[in-house]
Design a binder for this molecule. Structure first.
Ligand SMILES: Nc1ncnc2c1ncn2[C@@H]1O[C@H](COP(=O)(O)OP(=O)(O)OP(=O)(O)O)[C@@H](O)[C@H]1O
Ligand SMILES: [Mg+2]
Length: 269
């Protein structure tokens, strides 16, 4: 369904969206999500566990319908009309979800095979992408021959191979060591910016959000936006630490950050 009202510079819109999994009532996973992501914008979503972050990703991917309100991705209702979004959304999840019997190159080419677009030219593009994410020479390696960080690099290349308009990352760097995660974040952002992609990224790391995002949304339980910050706010002189503290406090549910929370990003979740 084409949206008549959606402005062209909006890539993702949640319009007072609610999501309940139980048909007979039960608690809402998302109660009232209302936000927009502009075309080319990099939005990071933070929030404690169970506040509906991954559910928002599933709604964007059209894997599940909204119970109320409206989700719009590139002018399309993703649940009702997912065919029109094929190849236009790339995803990276916490686990790499590679097919173990396929080589790195064949895994990267999967989304193109679904679109019947595998050919000599796209095979060479896939090899170029593997080189861009630091895996030149590993085209014919199988996942079990690669480290966790290398497998996640293959997953990033697979997400990028269709040159999607929208890139989704759900805790994509969460289980990697800090050095590997930092290198992957940098590559991920460099390629996404170069291709002008809109990025919707879920993370538990405030450092990652403050480093990558143009804007940070804080989700609260059950599924609503508790606060939002634009890069200019934390880049203003001396504002980074106060913004960081406010983010921590919002994630913790509006309470003062505990000593444990101050000790490390992942512990506030
Ligand atoms: N398929 C499902 N069926 C029933 N309930 C679900 C389903 N998926 C998610 N939920 C519920 O929805 C709520 C939000 O879950 P979601 O996975 O979106 O949280 P999250 O913010 O991604 O958490 P985390 O930070 O732990 O990944 C939770 O209470 C969860 O139990
Ligand atoms: Mg999640």
């Amino acid at each position: 369904m084409e949206s008549a009202t959606m402005p062209h510079d909006v890539a993702i819109a949640f319009d007072h969206v609610a999501k309940r999994f139980s048909r007979t009532g039960g608690p809402a996973a998302i109660s009232d999500l209302d936000f927009r992501v502009r075309t080319g914008e990099h939005v990071c979503v933070v929030g404690r566990t169970g506040c509906g972050k991954s559910t928002s990703v599933n709604l964007i991917l059209g894997l599940t319908p909204a119970s109320a309100g409206r989700v719009d991705v590139l002018g399309v209702d993703p649940y009702r009309d997912f065919k029109r979004l094929r190849g236009r959304i790339g995803c990276v999840f916490q686990s790499d979800r590679l097919l173990p019997w396929r080589t790195a190159l064949d895994n990267v080419l999967m989304p193109l095979e679904v679109l019947h677009a595998r050919n000599a030219r796209t095979e060479s593009e896939a090899a170029d992408l593997l080189a861009k994410v630091g895996l030149a020479g590993y085209e014919h390696a199988h996942p079990h021959e690669l480290s966790g960080g290398m497998r996640q690099r293959v997953a990033i290349a697979r997400a990028l191979i269709t040159r999607p308009d929208v890139l989704i990352a759900d805790e994509a760097f969460g289980h990697l060591d800090e050095v590997t995660a930092a290198a992957l974040r940098a590559d991920f952002q460099r390629i996404a910016k170069a291709q002008g992609q809109t990025v919707y990224q879920i993370t538990h790391s405030l450092d990652e959000a403050l480093l990558l995002a143009d804007r940070i949304l804080v989700f609260d339980r059950p599924g609503r936006v508790a606060g939002e910050f634009a890069r200019a706010q934390w880049e203003a002189g001396g504002a980074r630490q106060p913004v960081r503290e406010t983010l921590r406090s919002l994630i913790a549910g509006g309470e003062a950050p505990s000593l444990q929370a101050v000790a490390g990003d992942r512990q506030v979740a």
